[in-house]
Design a protein around this ligand. Structure first.
Ligand SMILES: [Fe+2]
Length: 418
């Protein structure tokens, strides 16, 4: 595609700078996540002590809240602005034009899960209202998923059905997410090796390295552009101001562009208290997801987080985020045995007997299908009904409580099996 063709497409879809909300003047005191400065990361044995310091810093976050931020990662402001402009226009495309590019069905509960991976995981649009929330309310979020960007086939038109606006910017989109995977994520996994006292490169090689066109044996990730529209006041009241209910992510590490609207909340792993996440310009907010919790036997925390309605003075702005859900290789076993970490052994984190031996693909396939389903979400509180999958709860809201066993969970909550 020539430069002038790209410009024509941008004009057609009114690609323009995305206007972020001003900082809120409300009295909310958000948590300022610990910031990992990746400009300090340098390869080579002579820099090991510096990496060790970064690893020590990272360990505090990932073994407690499961959240941290990353600054000085090497992606400049212009790159963020350009992608946000594209994402804004893409997600403003009216529902009737999204039809040919849908990631799944129009509604999650209409999805034939034997044939479709659904709009959580398929490439393309998730239309507004796809997810069923509590009390008959549906979500007000539009997203667009980008899959298999780490492989050359991302550019093969016969294998993809990209929207024309995405097609016009494929190189830019792939470049951004590939850098996140191959540089930022890689460095973080090396720091995790140091934390776990295993040779640097172990986690990368076992779970995240990429073999071109070998989808099962490659580390993977899904890109997502996500735009939150304001929810109607009467709907908001029925879902306790939740725009996206509390959940943990399925994969490895999730990267979200920090944005000023106060609405992302983290549930404190130990106390259960919800805290707003503060804004760091041009930073990534990173959270640990389920697979990393399993791979470390529960040492790294895949914390529950949600998105709630923002304070009054930010109500007229929209929340737009670029997300990268990195995930381990499909074939990898998600328990701590392969790592053989002296640190985990010393701290007493090992594979619980009730955990079935499963691959990441096993986990992702089933957990990914649960998110917007009525049977899971229609509970009488913020928490969804708990689902037992392969000897593990699909989301772990109470693991920090003493003696919280599966037996205890069954006594106190509705635990369903799907
Ligand atoms: Fe999430």
């Amino acid at each position: 595609m020539t430069q002038s063709e790209v410009e024509q497409i941008d004009k057609k879809y009114n690609v323009r700078p995305f206007i972020e909300a001003p900082l809120s003047k409300s009295d909310i005191e958000p948590v300022q996540l610990d910031a990992l400065d990746l400009s300090l990361y340098k390869d080579g044995s002579e820099h090991f002590e510096t990496r060790k310091k970064l690893a020590d810093q990272l360990e505090k976050s990932i073994s407690t809240s499961g959240f941290f931020s990353v600054v000085n990662h090497g992606i400049d402001v212009e790159r963020f602005e350009s992608l946000k402009a594209i994402a804004q226009s893409l997600l403003e495309i009216p529902a009737e034009e999204q039809g040919p590019y849908l990631a799944g069905a129009w509604k999650s509960d209409l999805e034939d899960r034997t044939k479709s991976v659904g709009a959580e995981r398929g490439a393309g649009f998730k239309p507004k209202g796809y997810w069923s929330m509590r009390n008959g309310v549906h979500d007000s979020i539009v997203h667009y998923n980008l899959n298999n960007m780490l492989h050359p086939s991302f550019f093969d038109d016969s294998k993809n059905n990209h929207h024309p606006l995405v097609k016009a910017h494929l190189e830019e989109i792939a470049g951004y997410f590939r850098y996140l995977h191959n540089d930022v994520l890689k460095k973080i996994t090396y720091l995790c090796d140091i934390i776990l006292e295993i040779p640097e490169g172990t986690i990368w090689k076992l779970y995240y390295s990429v073999e071109e066109n070998d989808f099962e044996r490659s580390g993977q990730g899904a890109g997502r552009f996500m735009l939150y529209h304001n929810m109607k006041a009467e709907d908001e009241a029925k879902v306790g101001k939740n725009w996206l209910r509390g959940h943990s992510d399925s994969g490895g590490f999730t990267f979200i562009t920090s944005q000023p609207i106060l609405s992302l909340q983290v549930r404190d792993y130990f106390t259960g208290e919800w805290r707003y996440v503060g804004h760091t310009p041009n930073a990534f907010i990173v959270n640990i997801a389920d697979a990393m919790e399993f791979i470390t036997g529960g040492y790294f925390k895949s914390s529950i987080h949600r998105v709630v309605s923002p304070p009054e003075d930010q109500k007229n702005y929209r929340r737009l985020v670029l997300i990268y859900f990195s995930s381990p290789k499909n074939i990898s076993i998600v328990d701590p045995e392969a790592l053989d970490s002296p640190k985990l052994a010393r701290l007493g984190f090992s594979k619980p007997d009730e955990w079935a031996k499963i691959t990441f693909k096993d986990w992702y396939s089933i957990k990914g299908s649960l998110f917007g389903r009525k049977a899971v979400n229609d509970s009488n509180s913020d928490e969804p009904n708990l689902v037992l999958l392969y000897g593990r709860l699909h989301e772990r809201w109470h693991q920090a409580e003493a003696n919280f066993t599966l037996e205890e969970a069954r006594k106190r909550f509705k635990v369903i099996e799907i």
